[in-house]
Design a protein around this ligand. Structure first.
Ligand SMILES: *Cc1c(COP(=O)(O)O)cnc(C)c1O
Length: 424
């Protein structure tokens, strides 16, 4: 999942400086507020901007709900598992998409009334937890074996449960682990019906890392062909089709290259383009066969821009070598050895990008924030910002050598607070 980006560079073009400046300008404009937060809560710090989160949620929902008769939206909790973030999305009418018993417990505690539980290899205790809440949880079954395990859990509890079935949309390579093959759909449906206790309601598929809607529309077309030969009792049972997540933010994917300060961009698509093309495909291939609800499971697209990381320079060892107070454990993987995200010096702002190794303080060389910074200079105690790092960083944070930073929430220009409880 996290290294798929290394395959994408052959399609990329050069990232323009204008695009980078356009990206960092809003953060520079608000630098006073971020500096205030660093002063109030210390460094390093994760910052959650709830108004950004609300805007993203509203924008995503509007793009699709205006184009389709019936829609439902579920935030994929794994992309950023801060409970406070999921809690906010519930307030904006999202349900939650969980992939483990731990995530399910958080979703239940947050009071979510609409939860989908997806993922391979769900254990008996995980299935049993879901089975205690058939009014709030739909299990998206990953195999017939899992259907049987769930049926025996339900038998013990003398209860029933709504379920869907995940279809595999990529049988090549390691993605083959997910779901059941489309050619086995009818037999799996019949087995599910025969098991009793499982109220079959729909289908799900998911593909990751979509810079444009092509792969998703291709599978929607294929799904239309599959559905067109399914018997009426199956089509009558289908209440939803869940087309998953995997929407890449419109800014595209930014990667380092072998040439310093030459960055590669794999162009992204606007969410309106995704919505237009996916909705057209759904209306052409799916809705004529079954008038069902279309469900979405966005993760990255929703949370990415809503969280930032603030760090502080501890040691200026050379003109072009600084050590900061936060290490790669803050993001949990060696992200900035391949990905490019501008490092902004909030203390000494400037629009020129200067070469400098911005490194963390872990006892490993694989501890990089960036190879440049934007600013007029860089000195000890300067506060640096790595903006828009909400997706697949916070969830992967780890207690390794250094402690995990705290989370501060910015609710509006004037109101911010430390999330001391963090719900964890
Ligand atoms: C990870 C995942 C998502 C979210 O993917 P994003 O790329 O973050 O949008 C949605 N659905 C399922 C089943 C997933 O595994």
């Amino acid at each position: 999942m996290l290294t798929a980006n290394t395959q994408a560079t052959d399609t990329g073009s050069l990232l323009s400086r204008e695009k980078v400046v356009e990206f960092i300008n809003p953060y520079l404009k608000n630098k006073g507020m971020y500096l205030d937060m660093a002063k109030a809560f210390g460094s390093p710090l994760y910052i959650l901007e709830t108004d950004v989160l609300a805007r993203k949620a509203a924008q995503f929902r509007a793009a699709f709900s205006h184009r389709l008769p019936e829609t439902a939206f579920f935030y994929a909790m794994k992309s950023n598992n801060l409970p406070h973030l999921s809690g906010h999305l519930l307030k904006h009418g999202f349900g939650l998409d969980v992939s483990s018993g731990v995530e399910l417990s958080v979703a239940l505690e947050l009071g979510a009334s609409s939860i989908i539980f997806s993922g391979p290899g769900k254990t008996i205790p995980e299935l049993a937890l879901a089975a205690r809440h058939p009014d709030r949880v739909v299990i998206l079954l990953d195999s017939i074996g899992e259907a049987k395990r769930l049926a025996s859990v339900l038998k013990e509890r003398q209860t029933r449960m709504p379920v869907g079935l995940r279809l595999n949309n990529n049988p090549e390579g390691l993605w083959r682990k997910f779901g059941v093959l489309p050619e086995n759909l009818l037999s799996t449906f019949k087995e599910i019906q025969a098991l009793g206790r499982l109220d079959f309601q729909g289908l799900q598929f998911h593909s990751s890392w979509n810079l444009n809607p092509d792969r998703q529309t291709a599978f929607i077309r294929k799904l239309g062909e599959i559905l067109s030969v399914m018997p009426k009792p199956f089509l009558d049972a289908v209440q939803f089709i869940d087309i998953g997540g995997g929407y890449w933010p419109a800014q595209g994917e930014w990667l380092l290259s072998d040439v310093p300060q030459n960055y590669i961009i794999d162009q992204g698509s606007s969410i309106d383009l995704f919505a237009k093309e996916l909705s057209t495909a759904i209306k052409e291939h799916i809705l004529p066969l079954t008038q069902c609800r279309i469900c979405f499971e966005p993760g990255r697209w929703i949370c990415n821009d809503a969280m930032h990381i603030l760090i502080q320079v501890v040691d200026c060892k050379e003109k072009d070598l600084v050590i900061t107070d936060a290490g790669g454990n803050t993001v949990g993987w060696e992200r900035y050895e391949t990905d490019y995200c501008p490092v902004i010096n909030l203390t000494r702002p400037g629009l020129s990008e200067k070469k400098c190794h911005i490194l963390g303080s872990l006892c490993t060389p694989h501890d990089v924030w960036g190879y440049t910074y934007f600013g007029s200079a860089i000195k000890e105690d300067d506060i640096l910002m790595i903006p828009a790092q909400g997706a697949y960083t916070y969830s992967l944070r780890q207690q390794f050598i250094k402690p995990i930073p705290r989370v501060a929430v910015k609710e509006s220009a004037s109101r911010h607070f430390l999330l001391s409880e963090c719900g964890e």
